[in-house]
Design a protein around this ligand. Structure first.
Ligand code: HEM
Ligand code: CU
Length: 853
């Protein structure tokens, strides 16, 4: 190994011993993430088998109804929240950088934080089952059952635990979007990126818009449960239907969120084994985007039986049928690729085919239940359980198993057994169909879902017994897979490099793989560089491309432009740290303590987690490099520090704030939703008492103050720039006048920030004072609660905005930010753009809407 490679290796070295757990590199974090998600899958699977034991015979009393309810709720919730979404993010964190020829994703510490949050939250939620206090409201947790009739801690565990995990999912989504858009190798224009990355981009954007409505819903329900704010309490003007809307605005895209990345694996596996480029690349991308887009317009098909007007039912029914089109396009492209290629059959491909076939069957029952009159008949029966498992197992599980077989050598350098794999394949395929096909029949003859047992003599016995036998057969199939994955393979020689002879970049890794991701960052000109670019691996290995060295001993990767992948920056990525683990522990503690109403402990944890995150940001982001530019090889010199839209940090903030805005809009949607369902909203009188609003003056004052604060943030950003700038530094200006100049600029900057802080605090105060001084009582009526939740949301955001301003001032005091290196204040300003919008909407809605209505 030459000297350059040794330095590179040293920079990317994985920590040893107990410090191993401070690793943040995508290959480690991705692996932990995958293993943890897989463990949750096994847990969810065991719960499924417990249900099938209980349901095998009629009138069974092995489980109590209470226990059964906990088991099916946890089964559904674990499978959806702790397995399906996380495993796909996990696989992506592991694969994506390698596919994009990047050294790492842009925010490795964020991935690590997301992973630890996921693990802590998951263990907490699953653990509740062992204490008999698990949630039992089903995976969709409909109120009023979960608000008025389940007063134990179960629903809180679900709401808080899973919200915590949703935050981790969003963190991963931010990482994956920025990674795909900004960390591609030079030359890899948008139309050359591997299909997998396209799918992940679509899915990550979907997560960004789908999860926040659920988080908003969780917040509302938790406020109702903890503080008696009556969002879903019909007696006080609330409406359980709002939950159903928010849940399914999340829930329907969710099924595509778990299905598309699996199809993305299919899109990588099929061309390799068909030994030909994918057919219809453009069509697939369009279809994936189309599916993602359409999936946000289907949610009402889960609510056909709630008495909605016929017109909405008609529209949503038609839209649901329409989504079959883009889905079909993708499947036809895969079939076409297989037809034109020279197919090499093996276990991975068999699982792909089984997945597609199973998914198509589930899709066909989907087309049936999208017809409202049919749905009226089978709603809440086992027909639905049959349908949803055909889609989920066919669309998600089988392709993931295929991915396991395909990528196992990539991760471990060893291969899974084709012989055992073939056995596992047939056992699983047969077991699956035997388990789930009969559910359609038991459903059609009337067996409801979510019942802990059924009486004999109604024709349910036979299909249920068959289902249970099938479920155990399927379980055995998974045991075979599990054995194959974990059996020691010491004697087996390492596989050869790129053993499937694939064409995409992730297979350029050496065996055994090195932690640096890729030896040198290549120039890419085709979709399948390993097939189509001459001498490609040789040039990569010899370090003939970019960044073959780590002269400064730092971890570096390349940032390129969004569309054309032109080189833009040499990005220093942060290395190992325990801060992310601590931050996740403290964040977890906030949610866990709140579940048990230990608000003091939660408050302390909140402060600790905030502090840890600030230290992490302080020591790990926007660091001023020792030199402004760096020679990255091939006669290219790139800046080492950028700010504004060129910087990955700016993108992360922008994307996070889009998600944040979506949650806020969901809350505003709630306010107007109540208006549409009530004749008199806001009400004047309720329950013999006058219903007080927040008044006009204070909320509007708050808007004005927030806008002024925002303006002073804008000014501060500008003043920060007017000190030294690059031109001044380079010009022959004597040191003294330069220092004076900087000093004056500093004073103006600090002044601007101080004013912004004061105005921000004043705005928060005015927003609080309006409802408070008018005597708004959030528990009285849903109107008051809706106003209060908007106020609460906005005040919290204002306070965070203030902390950020203090942070930027401190950065400048400590010389960590200056006129040129201004990423901190630029990103904070971006936050304030969104904040100003939030504050304006809140203030005007609560002040003026009562007048208009
Ligand atoms: C391993 C084989 C599996 C078996 C034997 C199985 C079995 C079942 C059964 C019997 C129910 C109905 C419970 C009831 O209504 O009383 C159910 C519900 C459900 N399953 Fe599965 N399942 C399996 C795998 C999966 C997978 C892989 C997923 C998702 C990725 C999943 C997601 C769900 C969901 C979301 C529900 C609805 C839960 C609810 O009603 O709240 N299942 N499963
Ligand atoms: Cu749906």
């Amino acid at each position: 190994m030459d000297e350059r490679a040794e330095r590179l290796l040293k920079a990317w070295e994985t920590p040893k011993g107990w410090r191993y757990w401070s690793a943040v590199n995508n290959s480690e974090v991705g692996l932990w993430y995958t293993l943890a998600a897989f463990a949750f899958f096994l847990f969810g699977g065991v719960l499924a088998l417990i249900m099938r034991i209980q349901l095998a015979i009629p009138d069974n009393d092995w489980l109590t109804p209470e226990q059964y309810n906990q088991v099916f709720t946890m089964h559904g919730s674990v499978m959806m929240f702790l397995f399906a979404v996380p495993i796909l993010e996990a696989i992506s964190i592991m694969l994506l950088p390698e596919m994009l020829g990047a050294r790492d994703l842009p925010f490795p510490r964020l991935s690590a934080y997301g992973f630890w949050c996921f693990l802590i939250g998951g263990v907490f939620v699953c653990g509740s089952l062992f204490f008999g206090v698990g949630p039992r409201g089903g995976w969709f947790m409909y109120p009023p059952m979960t608000t008025q009739y389940q007063t134990d801690v179960g629903p809180d565990i679900w709401l808080l635990g899973l919200s915590f995990i949703e935050i981790a999912s969003i963190a991963a989504a931010v990482e994956l979007i920025v990674g795909t858009l900004k960390c591609r190798p030079p030359g890899m224009r948008l139309n050359l990126i591997p299909l997998y990355a396209w799918y992940i981009l679509v899915v990550a954007v979907m997560i960004l818009f789908a999860f926040p409505p659920l988080i908003a819903g969780d917040l509302l329900m938790e406020l109702e449960r903890a503080l008696d704010w009556p969002f879903f309490d019909a007696e006080r003007g609330g409406d359980p239907m709002l939950w159903q809307h928010l849940f399914w605005i999340f829930g329907h895209p969710e099924v595509y969120i778990v299905f598309l990345p699996s199809i993305a694996l299919v899109a990588m596996i099929v061309p390799t084994f068909a030994r030909t480029p994918i057919a219809g690349y453009g069509w697939i991308v369009l279809a994936a985007v189309g599916t993602g887009f359409l999936s946000f317009g289907l949610w009402v098909h889960h609510m056909f039986t709630t008495g909605l007007p016929g017109i909405s039912i008609g529209i949503f029914s038609a839209a649901s049928e329409a989504v079959a089109i883009p889905t079909g396009v993708q499947i036809f492209c895969f079939i076409a690729t297989l037809l034109i290629g020279r197919v090499r059959r093996n276990v991975a491909l068999m699982f792909v085919l089984a997945g597609l076939a199973t998914f198509i069957i589930g899709g066909l029952t989907g087309v049936m239940i999208a017809i409202a009159p049919f749905d009226y008949q089978v709603h809440d029966t086992y027909f639905i359980v049959g349908h949803l498992h055909y889609v989920l197992v066919g669309g998600t599980i089988f392709p993931i198993v295929a991915g396991f077989y395909y990528y196992y050598p990539f991760v471990t350098g060893k291969q899974l057994s084709e012989r055992l794999g073939t056995i596992a394949f047939w056992v699983m395929l047969i077991g699956f169909n035997v388990a789930f096909f009969p559910m359609h029949i038991s459903g059609l003859i009337g067996m409801p879902r979510r019942v802990y047992t059924y009486p004999g003599g109604m024709g349910f016995e036979l299909p249920n017994l068959i289902s249970s036998i099938g479920a155990f057969t399927l379980g055995i199939g998974f045991l075979i897979l599990l054995y194959d994955v974990f059996r020691p393979k010491g004697k087996q020689p390492l596989v050869k490099r790129n053993l499937w002879n694939a064409g995409t970049l992730e297979w350029s890794g050496q065996v055994p793989d090195q932690p640096w991701g890729i030896r040198s960052i290549p120039i890419v000109t085709t979709r399948y560089p390993l097939w189509e670019q001459e001498n490609f691996l040789k040039d990569v290995d010899e370090g003939n491309f970019y960044l073959p060295d780590a002269e400064e001993g730092l971890r570096e990767t390349m940032v390129t432009s969004t569309v054309d992948a032109e080189p833009m920056q040499c990005l220093r990525v942060p290395g190992p740290t325990f801060l992310t683990l601590f931050a996740a522990m403290f964040t977890g503690a906030v949610f866990i303590f709140s579940t048990f109403h230990w608000y003091w402990a939660a408050g302390v944890s909140c402060v600790l987690s905030f502090a840890t995150i600030l230290i992490w940001l302080w020591t790990g982001t926007a660091i001023i490099p020792e030199k402004d530019t760096k020679d990255v090889g091939l006669d290219l010199t790139l800046p080492t520090y950028v700010s504004g839209p060129a910087a990955v940090g700016w993108w992360a903030m922008f994307i996070t704030m889009l998600g944040d805005m979506t949650a806020f809009v969901s809350l505003v949607f709630g306010y107007f939703f109540y208006w549409t369902v009530h004749e008199d909203f806001p009400p004047t009188q309720f329950d013999g008492r006058i219903v007080m609003g927040p008044g006009m003056v204070w909320p509007l004052c708050s808007v004005a103050l927030a806008i002024l604060a925002w303006l002073s943030v804008l000014l501060s950003r500008r003043w920060n720039r007017t000190g030294t700038n690059v031109a001044t530094v380079n010009a022959t200006i004597d040191q003294k006048s330069k220092r004076r100049d900087t000093w004056r600029a500093s004073i103006r900057f600090y002044f601007g920030i101080a004013i912004a802080i004061l105005l921000g605090l004043a705005s928060a105060w005015a927003l609080f004072w309006g409802p408070y001084s008018n005597g708004v009582d959030p528990t009285q009526h849903v109107y008051c609660a809706s106003v209060s939740v908007l106020v609460l949301w906005t005040i919290l955001h204002l306070l965070v905005g203030v902390v950020m301003l203090v942070y930027t001032a401190a950065r400048r005091v400590c010389g960590l930010m200056d006129a040129v290196h201004d990423a901190d204040i630029v990103n904070v300003t971006l936050y304030w753009h969104f904040l100003a919008l939030t504050a304006t909407i809140t203030g005007t809605v609560i002040a003026l809407f009562p007048e208009v209505a």
